[in-house]
Write a protein that binds this ligand. Structure first.
Ligand code: EPU
Length: 327
């Protein structure tokens, strides 16, 4: 038998006792500073503000602790899910059957300019802070990231984009930890990235990246460009809680324009509503559940398919589940 075959499968349902056993077995191997909890509520850790709890949740404070977590999860057949700023996902109401890991501790939020003009950034650094620090240092080329409510790790994993720029436009290399707990650094040229996608980070966890600014300028000029993007975003995107754009743009088309043209702005299931500001956003008007959001996603897809003949593919992650199982 191979090692793979002997390991428990991650998709086998686990009882409350086996989660308790897993938790008790892992805890002694972690440093005291690492947050490690059971049944951690996730809704408030996401921008959509819906959904249940993580069976087990960790905020590791070091590479060693992250290794302990990943290796234990593998041994116990526990699925691992990374949580960034929670801005691009919907947590199901029954929560997540797995170990949710967030690089939320400041140990992962580094910003270190190097002698060669590049800057090393930690995966846990918020994009907003990256932009602020880059502006102060007069580094040009990161302005498009202003206002994306994510962190560096999430932006790498999704190859986040806005205002015509893409995360991987500014990446030189990425340090990551494989699901087996090994640390590697990959040059961008060896990675497979596309629209809202990075193959190498599908199962691995980004730890840090080296970014190359396009050029340097004075801090005021960088700040002016960021403010211009910020104004544009505020005019065109809703301020209510949401998960950002729900669907990917189909080739040569715009999901927002298609949904709008189908007359769906303001369509509602419970407190989930197709935004009146931008039709590719579903907003939480107060007490929406994940079930409300999913039902609205289904209805929007069905209408766009019936009227326009286009199958919209979700862009946001359905955390811990597959969209095809619920659509
Ligand atoms: N439009 C409508 N009605 C709407 C919304 C948009 O007619 O309700 C039209 C706009 O007038 C415009 C076109 O659709 O002509 C495209 O709209 P927009 O410029 O807002 O860009 P988008 O394609 O909808 C993309 C990204 C956003 C990113 C913006 C700005 C996707 C799915 N969306 O939106 O990313 O912020 O460009 O660069 O790629 C996200 O990924 O979560 C996200 C918000």
């Amino acid at each position: 038998m191979t090692v793979e075959q002997r390991l428990p499968r991650v998709d086998e349902p686990k009882s409350a006792e086996s989660w308790a056993e897993f938790f008790a077995a892992v805890k002694p191997g972690l440093s005291a500073r690492t947050k490690f909890t059971r049944e951690e509520p996730l809704a408030t850790k996401t921008t959509m503000r819906v959904g249940g709890a993580a069976r087990v949740y960790a905020e590791p404070t070091s590479v060693a602790d992250l290794q302990v977590l990943l290796r234990a999860a593998r041994t116990w057949g526990v699925a691992v899910h990374m949580l960034g700023r929670g801005s691009n996902l919907i947590v199901p109401d029954d929560g997540v059957e797995g170990l949710v890991v967030a690089l939320a501790h400041e140990a992962w939020a580094g910003f270190a300019p190097r002698g060669d003009g590049c800057v090393t950034v930690g995966a846990g650094l918020r994009l907003k802070n990256l932009c602020g620090l880059a502006a102060k240092a007069g580094l040009v080329g990161f302005e498009f990231l202003e206002g994306i409510p994510g962190n560096v790790g999430g932006a790498l994993r999704m190859n986040a984009g806005a205002m015509g720029g893409w995360m991987f436009d500014v990446v030189e290399d990425v340090s990551l930890m494989t699901i087996e707990g090994d640390v590697r650094t990959l040059a961008k040229a060896t990675m497979h990235v596309g629209y809202r996608h990075c193959a190498e980070l599908h199962d691995a966890i980004a730890l840090a990246a080296v970014l190359r600014p396009a050029t340097t300028s004075d801090a005021e000029a960088v700040k002016r460009q960021m403010d211009a993007y910020s104004r544009k975003r505020h005019e065109s995107q809703p301020r209510e809680p949401s998960a950002g754009c729900i669907f990917k743009n189909p080739p040569e088309n715009s999901a927002g324009r298609l949904i709008d043209a189908c007359g769906l702005k303001g369509a509602r299931v419970g407190d989930a509503e197709v935004s009146l500001t931008h039709a590719n956003f579903i907003v939480n008007r107060g007490s929406a559940t994940a079930a409300d959001v999913l039902e609205l996603v289904r209805q929007v897809r069905a209408r766009v398919q019936a009227i326009k003949g286009v199958d919209l593919e979700p862009e946001v992650l359905l955390y811990g589940k597959n969209w095809k199982d619920v659509l």
